[in-house]
Design a protein around this ligand. Structure first.
Ligand code: GAL
Length: 978
């Protein structure tokens, strides 16, 4: 390393300023007739350990040859070098992975030199200007073309352009880019995600003909009183605006009013037009809509909007944040198909093509600036926070400006967000003022300063239900400053993050949705978050799994906290997404089987029900008896009606009758095919929902040479354990089980003030319960086995009695659990665990399904007959934990080829069923899915009760009604092997 004189100016990558040499930002355009040359592809690349470790000959020496120089490799651009075999990704949530001393960065500063040689295509025009555009480079770049330095920039997820016309040659142009992983800008980019340096979005050469559009701003409002669109397009230079579909041909700057169909996320009507200047034709995609804060509400086109949103990071398991168009489209389609109507682009502007997809397919967008300084929260009063340090203000305003200028023409973008988790500071005020001045036609959002000083919303993250309710009534605690309080209290409320979707959960979604419906101030929220950021890895013996923080040699990391999405890393929906989809359905239906009606409510904000077709089905014990279409009037938004069901179909089939009504797309849409289900409701009828315990007396147990015989079963004479049931030898007899492998939500987050349940459970020893046999008694009415279940070193215990009776070819097992001693904790669950031979690989059940469900995550489980293999019952949470329970089970059959089927029937109350090839203890010990190795046994759990899931991995725990408190439990099942 060369020495730096004390007073030497800091190098550009440690400069507070956003950079120099680049052009002012301008609007992104869907298409233009000006020439474009993509510079994506294979580049030459060299990695150095330090910012100045290598010389710049690669950029400046005319005769430089990467193939003749040391250390050069091919690299795909766009891409992150750490995902292409050079260095490794690193994950931290809040903490900066380097010493905090802004604007200085460590000497160890991975630096990637990128080089690409290109020719101009034949038809590249001779005249005009050309611009070199970078859509995203993390975190700081220095750029040369043909040996001439163009400039430097910071601001990773923002566009940067350089004028290069005079430097271009017809052939052999050398573009050189030096990218530093760390820069002063890194202090502004402390988002909770992987640190992934590189040129991760496209690089283009854009021809700018004389008279080309420098910048344009489409103002397309909707006057909901008259039904007219109000269009004005600003452009420099001036030109004409053509919208043939509306018969419009007007000058830029001029205003036109015409009747239009408005744009909303539900009805994303776009009009295609053109902006024509002397030198260029630019495509316009115009969506007419007007955003306003009115009557304390956020409104579009005069109506309150309810955000059913998600927070979306850009993530692909192989490509990191270098997303391709197909993946962006998949994200939008998945959102639409799962009833999501809004996205917060946490915590940076996404690839612009994503916003275009939101325009086309219909999603409300909160476009968030590339800004987070969360790591400073660990210091007293956020000491050193860049948003409170005026030397950073130009960089902050530059970021706001680059976002707004780039994205200003997207109708989907209705809110600008200043950034995430930066505490408070004047820099935020400067950003907000700049944005309001430039674009008064949208709302501004910021969460982390709870005075809402710079925000049009009162926004919070992870607020518990009770607090949301208080805010919904505008009765939150007052701020000290009356003016700020008045502003905040009259602002609409958003949960910019809630329902932390880490691992199993989030619980409590339905209860939040109820609050959003009840209180107009609560305009919905954005689940944290869309996708797990897990990178694929394989074990030494070739077993694939997803890795997370700590799996890449990081010195500091935050483990699996980066896997907290509604999608698994490969974009398979997790049960959380299915639950969310159910909870936010656009149509609400409630069946009253006695009155024979279904109450239908259109829960959309703009569209009527015309897009949906309705049907009904009547099933008995999961088998369809009859069904048909249901005629529902095309109710307007918010309207409801009672719709008659046909009379209950006659059938002599025994079992539980269930009504189901469904709403599905009546025709193909741009995002799903006809028949795609958007909503459903169910209601069981009939008295036989769950069978009561039989009362007829059975045979008495008797001692034999083999053990204790009772009806179809044999028990161990010493400990009363079930050995055999009919022709089924039971390797592990049923016994009480209270342990579950803690979920991320059970574990909670280290900063939580509230009791973290799993910590208490483990401290108490609920993961190492011992079973003491207290007695085996034979009586006329059956076999009774008494025991006490308790952990070492504890005074608490569970007095547990198993009472067995024979009823025909079945066994009736009744379990009584009586807590003893001073219990001060919740229980993970209460149920039975038994083990069957590994061949028992198929499960059929009548109950909730097809997916997993827990007490506060069970909206999506439909009562029906379901079937799955034991392997398919597992939910592969990236960090293994409790999963896979099927709730509300009335009966279940576990089958093996050539062996009797075990049938379990619920008595008095349904049970929760789980079957897996490993124990909860194995699940608990596993760090990755590859640690789960099938055993000789299929472990079957027949659970009577579970503690709720909640969202405590970041937010509140389960609601009190979902706490499983020790009390007397009594539950029963019938077992038969046939
Ligand atoms: C929030 C933050 C997100 C993410 C989340 C936890 O505080 O804004 O970026 O870190 O918590 O997963």
């Amino acid at each position: 390393m060369r020495n730096r004189p004390e007073d030497a100016p800091l190098p550009y990558y440690e400069d507070f300023s956003p950079g120099h040499g680049d052009l002012p930002p301008r609007a992104w355009r869907p298409a233009s007739d000006a020439a474009r040359l993509s510079l994506d592809g294979t580049w030459d690349f060299r990695l150095s350990d330090t910012a100045e470790g290598a010389d710049t000959a690669f950029a400046t020496a005319e005769d430089f040859r990467p193939d003749a120089a040391a250390g050069w490799h091919p690299l795909a651009v766009p891409g992150h070098w750490v995902l292409q075999g050079h260095g490794a990704p690193a994950y931290t949530n809040v903490r900066y992975p380097f010493p905090v001393d802004p604007p200085r960065v460590p000497t160890e500063n991975p630096t990637g030199d990128h080089r690409r040689v290109f020719d101009l295509p034949e038809e590249w025009p001779e005249d005009g200007e050309s611009v070199l555009r970078f859509d995203g480079v993390e975190s700081c770049a220095r750029v040369w073309l043909n040996g001439r330095e163009l400039g430097v920039f910071q601001g990773s997820r923002l566009p940067h352009e350089f004028a290069v016309g005079g430097l271009l040659r017809r052939a052999g142009n050398v573009l050189a880019v030096r990218v530093h992983q760390w820069s002063a800008g890194s202090y502004l980019e402390d988002q909770d995600m992987w640190w992934l340096p590189g040129i991760f979005r496209e690089v283009n050469l854009l021809h700018r003909p004389a008279g080309a559009v420098e910048d344009h701003f489409v103002h397309a409002g909707f006057d909901h009183a008259t039904g007219e669109g109000v269009l004005r397009v600003e452009s420099s230079p001036a030109g004409r605006v053509l919208v043939p579909e509306l018969g419009l041909d007007l000058a830029t700057g001029e205003e036109a009013r015409v009747p239009v169909e408005p744009w909303t996320a539900e009805t994303p009507r776009l009009y295609t037009g053109e902006l024509v200047t002397e030198g260029e034709r630019v495509e316009l995609r115009i969506g007419f809509r007007t955003v306003a804060i009115e009557d304390g509400l956020f409104k579009v086109n005069g109506r309150r909007v309810l955000f059913r949103g998600v927070n979306r990071h850009e993530f692909h398991p192989e490509r990191g944040r270098a997303l391709d168009l197909a993946t962006m489209r998949e994200d939008v389609l998945l959102m639409k198909r799962n009833n999501i109507n809004a996205v917060r682009t946490s915590h940076y502007p996404p690839h612009p093509a994503f916003l275009q997809l939101c325009d086309e397919l219909g999603l409300w967008v909160v476009d968030e600036c590339d800004l987070e300084t969360h790591g400073f929260c660990d210091f007293e009063d956020w000491r050193g926070n860049p948003v409170a340090d005026e030397r950073f203000t130009p960089a902050l305003v530059d970021r706001a400006r680059r976002m707004v200028e780039r994205d200003k023409n997207h109708p989907s973008v209705v809110v600008w967000s200043l950034g995430n988790e930066c505490g408070a500071g004047e820099g935020l005020g400067a950003m907000s003022r700049w944005i309001r001045e430039r674009d008064p036609e949208r709302a501004v959002h910021y969460e982390n300063d709870h005075t809402s000083r710079d925000s049009d919303f009162y926004s919070r993250m992870y607020a518990p239900h009770a607090e949301v309710e208080l805010i919904g009534r505008r009765e939150e605690e007052a701020l000290e400053d009356p003016e700020l309080d008045a502003h905040r209290r009259s602002s609409p409320f958003l949960l910019c993050e809630y329902a932390h979707a880490m691992g199993n959960g989030p619980g409590g979604l339905a209860e939040y949705q109820r609050l959003f419906r009840e209180h107009e101030r609560c305009q919905g929220g954005f689940v944290w978050e869309w996708i797990d950021h897990g990178f694929p890895k394989t074990t030494a013996d070739g077993v694939p799994y997803f890795g997370y923080g700590g799996d890449f040699g990081e010195e500091l990391h935050d483990g699996s906290f980066v896997c907290d999405g509604l999608l698994f890393p490969d974009r398979t929906p997790s049960p959380g997404l299915l639950e969310y989809r159910k909870v936010i359905e656009p149509v609400l239906m409630e069946i009253d089987p006695v009155a024979g009606v279904v109450e239908v409510r259109n829960d959309q904000d703009f569209a009527d029900l015309g897009a949906f077709a309705f049907e009904w089905v009547y099933e008995v014990e999961g088998e369809s008896v009859a069904g048909g279409p249901l005629t529902v009037p095309p109710l307007g938004p918010g309207a409801s009606a009672r719709v008659e069901l046909p009379g209950r179909p006659g059938t002599d089939r025994p079992g539980t009758g269930v009504w189901t009504v469904r709403a599905a797309l009546a025709a193909d849409t741009a995002w799903a095919a006809r028949g795609h289900r958007v909503a459903w409701a169910q209601r069981a009828v009939g008295e036989r929902a769950v069978e009561p315990a039989p009362t007829t007396p059975g045979p008495a147990p008797r001692r034999t040479d083999e053990g204790i015989a009772l009806g179809p079963a044999l028990f161990d004479a010493r400990d009363g354990a079930l050995l055999r049931l009919g022709g089924l030898a039971v390797p592990h007899a049923p016994r009480l089980d209270v342990w579950r492998a803690p979920t991320d939500n059970d574990l909670g987050a280290s900063w939580q003030d509230d009791e973290r349940h799993a910590e208490v459970w483990r401290a108490l020893g609920l993961d190492r319960m011992r079973h003491r046999l207290d007695g085996v008694a034979l009586a006329d009415d059956g076999l009774t086995v008494r025991s006490r279940v308790a952990p070492a070193a504890a005074e608490v215990g569970l007095a547990t009695t198993y009472h067995w009776r024979a009823v025909g070819d079945e066994l009736l097992l009744t379990v009584t659990v009586q807590p003893e001693g001073p219990w001060r904790s919740t229980l993970p669950k209460v149920g039975l665990r038994l083990g069957l031979p590994a061949a028992y690989g198929t499960v059929t059940w009548f109950g909730g399904g097809p997916g997993e469900a827990y007490p506060d995550t069970r909206q999506a489980a439909a009562l029906g007959r379901h079937r799955a293999t034991v392997d398919a019952l597992q939910t592969p949470y990236v960090r293994p934990q409790e999963n896979g329970a099927r709730a509300d089970v009335r009966w279940a059959e576990l089958a093996a080829d050539g062996a009797p089927t075990l049938r379990v029937t619920a008595v008095d109350e349904p049970f929760t069923l789980t079957a897996r090839r490993w124990t909860p203890e194995h699940l608990d010990a596993a760090r990755h899915t590859s640690d789960l190795v099938p055993s000789e046994t299929v472990w079957v759990h027949l659970d009577h009760a579970h503690h709720g899931m909640g969202s405590q991995s970041c937010g509140p725990g389960p609601l009190p009604e979902y706490h499983l408190l020790p009390r007397e439990f009594r539950f029963a099942v019938r077992l038969a092997a046939r």
